[in-house]
Design a binder for this molecule. Structure first.
Ligand code: XIL
Length: 342
């Protein structure tokens, strides 16, 4: 029988997956079986984001979120709720709001109502997501613009008040890179200096097979852990496809959706690419295991290759292979290479 990730790593860290609406309530039997067998943590891929949970001003829709929480509870799976404050996937009405007072009202109400409702029901929240630029400065957003650069501390303060029993995290991508990492460290220190609780930091982990930045990742685990917070890898996937920003030629053809150059593996993943993916996953998990005392959770961004967002982003209509389970929900060589690191 297939080994179970959550069993194999149970003394090290939680093993999570992203989960979307199609997988709750056993609507997708294959995904459901795999989730129950392999994972002890889930992150809602979309259904707790602001545009879904507060679709109209002060009009909340908790239907899908409640169902996901019930599913997780029934199956003894911890929910990392995602996410309260993020510049993306905001409700449409937020694009028309101008006044500082209205943004402030949205900010306070959204955090208080949503985090409050799920306190004691979810394990943790990504309180603030992707607040940094690549150079470590704060990203321009409606929150920075209208509320000023203290908004992140305030988000954690409100979340702490509304959800005293829930762990509170900062989450971002590329924060293993030195400049952006310095920005994340500054955020964490600022929250701590204000006497506000932050329990952990999530490094998203959207990397590329064959060029995973292992040294930067190791330095980041050490640096974040030294601040006394949990370190997590929260949205792990390794693309095997060219990224449009990798070189100028690719950029030119990036718009050619499904072009052979940008979508080379529509007919299947060749052995060499499969081996590169397998080795990258093994290298990563060897590092994770080395730092098992600092790392509290590893979450994959999707159940299997067929359900990965990377088939549609940053170029729609591609065939990607970034996860441990294939389109038939079968474990790939990368899965066994990961298991072997335990
Ligand atoms: C992605 C989802 O996977 C997609 O289904 C959705 O269309 C867009 O968002 N960083 C994050 C996640 O924090 O919420 C994003 O999820 C991927 C990048």
């Amino acid at each position: 029988t297939t080994p179970s990730l959550k069993e194999v790593f149970k003394n090290y860290f939680l093993i999570g997956t992203a989960m979307d609406a199609q997988q709750i309530e056993e609507k997708d039997a294959a995904a459901d079986a795999l989730i129950k067998q392999q994972f002890n943590a889930v992150t809602p891929e979309n259904i707790m984001k602001a545009e879904i949970i507060q679709p109209g001003w002060n009009k909340y829709d908790f239907d899908l979120a409640d169902k996901l929480v019930a599913y997780a509870q029934k199956n003894n799976i911890k929910v990392n709720a995602h996410t309260l404050i993020w510049h993306s996937q905001l409700p449409a009405f937020m694009h028309h709001i101008q006044s500082v007072d209205s943004v402030k009202k949205y900010f306070e109400d959204h955090i208080t109502k949503v985090a409050g409702r799920y306190d004691g029901k979810v394990y943790s929240w990504d309180v603030v997501n992707e607040a940094l630029n690549e150079d470590g400065s704060l990203r321009k957003s409606i929150f920075l613009e209208k509320l000023g650069d203290n908004y992140i501390v305030e988000a954690f303060r409100l979340a702490q008040k509304a959800a005293p029993h829930t762990k509170l995290y900062y989450n971002d991508y590329n924060i293993e890179q030195p400049q952006k990492r310095a920005g994340a460290i500054a955020i964490i220190k600022k929250i701590q200096a204000a006497g506000v609780r932050i329990d952990g930091v999530g490094i998203q982990g959207h990397w590329k097979a064959g060029s995973v930045p292992l040294n930067d990742i190791e330095e980041s685990i050490k640096a974040f852990s030294a601040l006394g917070v949990e370190v997590m890898f929260t949205e792990l996937d390794l693309t095997v496809l060219p990224n449009p920003w990798d070189n100028a030629t690719a950029e030119v053809s990036a718009t050619a959706k499904g072009s052979k150059e940008m979508n080379p593996y529509a007919a299947g993943l060749p052995d060499a690419a499969q081996q590169t993916l397998t080795k990258s996953y093994a290298d990563l998990f060897r590092l994770f295991v080395k730092y098992k005392n600092d790392i509290s959770r590893i979450t994959f961004w999707g159940v299997n290759d067929g359900q990965s967002w990377l088939n549609g982003w940053p170029i729609p209509g591609r065939t990607n292979y970034p996860l441990l389970f294939d389109r038939d929900f079968k474990p790939k060589p990368a899965f066994f290479s990961v298991i072997a690191t335990a």
